[in-house]
Design a protein around this ligand. Structure first.
Ligand SMILES: *[C@@H]1O[C@H](CO)[C@@H](O)[C@H](O)[C@H]1NC(C)=O
Ligand SMILES: *[C@@H]1O[C@H](CO)[C@@H](O)[C@H](O)[C@H]1NC(C)=O
Length: 202
């Protein structure tokens, strides 16, 4: 089963007011419960990898001829979250490529370590954010895709992700579903993220 073919994962972290999110989430690892040595270790590995990924992504966006002379807005953490969540359902070479792309070293980190690290990052951000941030991760799955229950459980538990079933062959309908989700999560600030979906791409 090729999960990447029919699953879309969207992660949004919106900064509504003065709150700062981005690379710095999870920097206060020191206050972490010291009884869980391994999870503290994984958390700092994941945080370091996210930072590395953010620089790589920035360099590659900045090098793109289309972005010359323009400001670049992006949320590296959202991209990391979406790809890490996608990795939950990936196996074999796809999984290795996602890990490599995300700068996770599989010598030190398993998928479970990564899941737990993101879970504690999310929990920490929620506590610190005083509602100035709104974040959401959504998984849009093709109707034909029958995910393993563990896949959905992990997404819900570690990535706080909502799951939606969509019919990607009905492109404007699925675009509406995605747009409605994004509009709601961003309190109307972003109301049309996707115009229409090319069924060939899903
Ligand atoms: C912590 O990590 C070490 C080495 O990776 C492993 O042998 C050990 O079982 C882990 N402990 C827990 C509680 O997961
Ligand atoms: C992962 O860590 C090991 C041990 O520190 C290192 O030898 C290896 O080069 C690392 N892999 C990557 C892709 O950075």
């Amino acid at each position: 089963m090729n999960a990447t073919r029919c699953v879309w994962i969207l992660s949004i972290i919106i900064c509504v007011a003065r709150g700062h999110v981005g690379n710095d989430i999870g920097q206060n690892q020191k206050e972490q419960d010291t009884s869980a040595d391994n999870s503290t270790e994984s958390l700092s590995l994941v945080t370091a990898a996210n930072r590395e990924f953010a620089f790589r992504l920035y360099r590659s966006l900045a090098a793109n001829p289309d972005s010359q002379g323009k400001n670049i807005f992006f949320s590296p953490v959202s991209v990391s979250v979406a790809l890490a969540a996608l990795a939950v359902g990936a196996r074999g070479e796809t999984h290795r490529q996602l890990f490599r792309g995300l700068a996770f070293n599989s010598t030190w980190l398993s998928q479970t370590d990564v899941d737990q690290a993101f879970q504690s990052l999310f929990e920490k951000t929620k506590k610190a954010s005083n509602e100035v941030t709104s974040e959401g991760t959504a998984v849009f799955m093709d109707n034909l895709f029958k995910p393993q229950p563990e896949f959905l459980d992990t997404l819900k538990k570690s990535y706080f992700a909502d799951g939606f079933n969509v019919d990607f062959t009905k492109s404007s309908e699925s675009a509406n579903t995605i747009n409605k989700y994004v509009e709601e999560k961003t309190s109307g600030k972003i109301d049309k993220l996707v115009e229409s979906l090319d069924p060939q791409q899903s």
